[in-house]
Design a protein around this ligand. Structure first.
Ligand code: FE2
Length: 298
């Protein structure tokens, strides 16, 4: 294993800044075990001054798990998943504020976990800043692990043991029905996941909750919505939140099993481009345990 990496706290309750480490040279044998340990321990890792071209970005991500492939059904046979660009720039320039493309970016300004609406959810997102704005455009993280640890028992009891229904459409409906009706937001059937997940390495529990939640099983729609709102409000209090102001070269990655995130608005006439690669969970990341919990709840 490589020498111990130099880290400092990202916030008082979660996250770490990793110093003097070149992610483009990370090796699966030498560096990944320590990076993975930091990921499990801290939930979010920030690396500054990185140059991470697409091939290195994908190579790094593959160490954590299979690359998530949302467009498998749209790609030519024989081609593989690519780095996704989270951007308001298209071939025709910067998209208008009310353009459906921009509205999709705005939908990601709701607190969420990526891909809870997919049959295999995402373990982590590795996000790299390529074009940044002069103001706004932060990415914010909220630790549902730290929030769960601090949550009053009375509130915990309302959600512990419950199953949440997730779909992609739900988070888009709040922004625009035209957006929600697009095929890409109706591609996957609703998924059911436990509301609370325990990290399989260290046992820390965290809420697995998102703007994609459309039901809390066992509660009426009104009761479920109210409980989700209450839990979200608790988890996103300032003491559990980190707001990252991007600089070109920053790479931020986080554990989706213990972290909510959202983008923040920016002047939409300015281009903003983040390169993103999500890895899918595997059985040993807690997926198998979650599926068993759901099947037992049937
Ligand atoms: Fe996201």
């Amino acid at each position: 294993m490589s020498p111990l990496l130099e880290i400092s706290p990202l916030t008082d309750c979660f996250g770490a800044v990793v110093h003097n480490f070149d992610l483009s040279k990370a090796s699966a044998e030498e560096d990944y075990p320590e990076l993975r340990k930091l990921f499990e321990d801290h939930s979010a890792l920030l690396f500054r001054n990185q140059s991470l071209p697409p091939e290195d970005h994908l190579r790094l991500a593959r160490m954590f798990g299979p690359i998530e492939d949302r467009k498998k059904d749209e790609r030519q046979p024989g081609t593989g998943p690519e780095v996704s660009l989270v951007s308001n720039e298209t071939g025709a320039g910067v998209t208008d504020e009310m353009d459906l493309h921009t509205l999709h970016l705005k939908a990601n300004q709701q607190w969420h976990i990526d891909s809870t609406f997919m049959p295999v959810p995402s373990l982590c997102n590795i996000l790299a800043a390529k074009v940044v704005t002069t103001e706004g455009g932060q990415t914010e993280l909220a630790s549902t692990r730290a929030a769960w640890a601090a949550m009053p028992e009375e509130l915990k009891q309302k959600i512990r043991g419950r199953i949440l229904g997730h779909n992609y459409r739900r988070s888009r409906e709040r922004i625009s029905m035209e957006l929600a009706n697009l095929p890409m937001f109706n591609k996957w059937p609703a998924q059911r996941w436990p509301a609370v997940w325990a990290n399989p390495v260290n046992g820390h529990e965290a809420l697995f909750i998102a703007s994609h939640v459309f039901e809390v099983e066992g509660l009426s729609p009104a009761e479920g919505d109210a409980l989700v709102d209450e839990l979200m409000a608790f988890c996103t209090q300032p003491q559990f939140v980190y707001s990252h102001q991007w600089q070109v070269g920053d790479v931020l990655m986080w554990d989706q099993r213990a972290t909510l995130h959202r983008g923040m608005p920016w002047p939409y006439e300015q281009p903003r481009t983040l390169a993103s690669v999500c890895c899918s969970m595997t059985a040993s990341d807690g997926l198998e345990t979650a599926r068993k919990a759901v099947s037992l709840a049937c």
